[in-house]
Design a protein around this ligand. Structure first.
Ligand code: ADP
Length: 415
C-alpha cells in the first residue's frame, strides 16, 4: 500500500509517502517514496518536495489552505517530474495517516477516522487549542481531496503515554479538577518515544517485556520518557508540551508562582505570560540569541558567549536531572536513548549531559559518541557499561504509515 503521512500545522503541511503493508512491516522493508514540507500556507507558500534518491525541488506557490497544499502534493506525486514509481493517479494513494497531537484519555491507540472519531478529536481542542484544530483541518481537507473511498487514520502524540499509572499522571491538585476538567499529565512525542523503543528492541534483540529504557527526544521540543517493561510509565511533558525539559523556546519546569509574579511585575496578563513561557523562554530566553542549538554551540565556541554557554549548561543539567529521577522511578534501566535533532546530531551536547551519570554505570565512549551523528545509529557507551547509551534517529512518519496499514487491515495494535 502507498500511504500518505500528513502532519498538518496551522500554516504548514509536512508529508511523506511510504510504501508499506503487513508483510513489509514484518520484514522491515517499508519504502520511502517521497517527502516534503509546505510552509507559510495562506500566502505565497514555500514548497520543498523530494522523491527518494533525488535532489529536493524548491519553489513557491500561492496556497490558500491545507486542501490546496494537499492537492499540490498529489499533483506533484502523480507527475512525471516527481519520478515516483507506482504513483500515477490519486487511486495509487491507498490510505492517509495523520499525526494528531492530542487524543486526551479517549484515544489509547491509533484509529481509523470516522465521524465519531473526528468528534472525539474536536472534544480535545480545549487541551490543545493550537494543534488539534490544525490537525482537524488537515483531516477534513484530505477527506475532500481523496473522497470517502480512501481510509484515513489518526495517530496520536499522547497515545503511547496512556499507560502511565495514576501516581505518575496526576498532579497534586484538588482531585475534582481532574474529575471535572481532566487536568492531568498526558505527555507528547509519544510516536517518537515509541519508535525509538521499537528500534532499541530490534538492535538489541530485547523482548518488549524486558525493555527498560529512558528515551530522550531532544529537538526543538524536548521530552523524556521512562519506559518499563515496554510501557511508558512516566514522561516529562504534561497537560501541555510546556512542562519538563528546557526547549528551544519553552521554559520547561518552573515554579507556578512565577506566572503571577511576572504578570504583576511586567504588567502582563496570564495569557501573555503563557506565551512568554512558550515562545520567548528556553534556549532563546536564556541566551537572548537563538532557539537553535547548533547556532548556540557555534556562539559558545567562536565568541565564547557567556549566555550561550549558560543556556547549553542549563539544558544539559535539566536532562541529566530527569535521567536520574527516572532511574529512581523505574528502579534502574538498561539504556538511555538519544533522539531528535539535538540528540541525534550533537556529540557535544550528549557528552555534556552524561558526566555525573558514571556512578549509575554509564561510561561514555568518546570515539563512539563522536561517530554517531548525521543519521548514524548505534551504541555510544563502552562495552560492559552497566547503563548503556545509544543514538537512535527517530522516525515518527514510519510508525504513522505502519499504524495506518494496521488500522485499515483491522490488525490489533500493540504499542
Ligand atoms: P523538531 O523538534 O522541530 O522536529 P529537530 O528534531 O529537527 O526539530 O531538532 C532541531 C534542533 O536540533 C535545533 O535546535 C537544531 O539546532 C538542532 N541540531 C540539528 N543539528 C545539530 C547539530 N549538528 N548540532 C547541534 N544541534 C543540532
Amino acid at each position: 500500500m502507498n500511504i500518505l503521512v500528513l502532519n498538518c500545522g496551522s500554516s504548514s503541511v509536512k508529508f511523506q509517502l511510504i510504501g508499506t503493508d503487513l508483510e513489509r512491516i514484518a520484514q522491515n522493508t517499508d519504502e520511502r517514496l517521497a517527502r516534503g514540507t509546505i510552509e507559510r500556507i495562506g500566502g505565497e507558500a514555500i514548497v520543498t518536495l523530494q522523491s527518494n534518491g533525488r535532489e529536493p525541488q524548491r519553489s513557491t506557490a500561492p496556497l490558500r489552505d491545507a486542501r490546496a497544499a494537499i492537492e499540490l502534493i498529489l499533483r506533484w506525486a502523480c507527475s512525471e517530474t516527481s519520478g515516483i514509481d507506482g504513483i500515477k493517479s490519486v487511486a495509487d494513494v491507498h490510505a492517509v495517516g495523520h499525526r494528531v497531537v492530542h487524543g486526551g484519555e479517549r484515544f489509547t491507540y491509533s484509529v481509523v477516522i470516522t465521524d465519531e472519531v473526528l468528534r472525539g478529536i474536536e472534544d480535545c481542542i480545549d487541551l490543545a487549542p493550537l494543534h488539534n484544530p490544525a490537525n482537524i483541518g488537515g483531516i477534513t481537507a484530505a477527506r475532500e481531496v481523496f473522497g470517502p473511498g480512501v481510509a484515513q487514520a489518526a495517530v496520536f502524540d499522547t497515545a503511547f503515554h496512556q499507560t502511565l499509572p495514576d501516581h505518575a499522571y496526576l498532579y497534586a491538585l484538588p482531585y475534582q479538577l481532574y474529575r471535572r476538567h481532566r487536568v492531568r499529565r498526558y505527555g507528547f512525542h509519544g510516536t517518537s518515544h515509541r519508535y525509538v523503543a521499537y528500534r532499541y528492541r530490534q538492535l538489541t534483540g530485547m523482548a518488549r517485556e524486558k525493555t527498560n529504557i529512558i528515551t530522550l527526544h531532544l529537538g526543538n521540543g524536548c521530552s523524556a520518557a521512562a519506559i518499563r517493561a515496554g510501557d511508558s510509565i512516566d514522561t516529562s511533558m504534561g497537560l501541555t508540551p510546556l512542562e519538563g525539559l528546557v526547549m528551544g523556546t519553552r521554559s520547561g519546569d518552573i515554579d507556578p508562582a512565577i506566572i503571577d509574579f511576572i504578570a504583576a511585575k511586567e504588567g502582563l496578563s496570564s495569557r501573555e505570560v503563557e506565551t512568554l513561557l512558550n515562545k520567548q523562554s528556553g534556549l532563546i530566553g536564556i541566551s537572548g540569541l537563538t532557539n537553535d542549538m547548533r547556532e548556540l554551540l557555534a556562539e559558545a565556541h567562536e565568541n565564547d558567549d557567556r549566555r550561550a554557554r549558560l543556556a547549553i549548561e542549563i539544558f544539559c543539567y535539566r536532562v541529566r536531572k530527569y535521567i536520574g529521577s527516572y532511574l529512581a522511578a523505574m528502579g534502574g534501566a538498561d539504556a538511555v536513548i538519544f533522539a531528535g535533532g539535538i540528540g541525534e546530531n550533537s556529540a557535544e551536547v550528549r557528552a555534556s549531559i552524561c558526566p555525573g551519570l558514571e556512578w549509575m554505570g554509564l561510561e561514555l565512549d568518546a570515539e563512539r559518541n563522536a561517530a554517531q551523528i548525521d543519521g548514524h545509529e548505534g551504541l555510544i557507551t563502552r562495552d560492559g557499561s552497566r547503563l548503556a547509551a545509544y543514538v537512535i534517529p527517530t522516525d515518527e512518519e514510519l510508525l504513522i504509515a505502519r499504524d495506518t496499514v494496521r488500522c485499515v487491515r483491522g490488525v490489533p495494535q500493540r504499542f
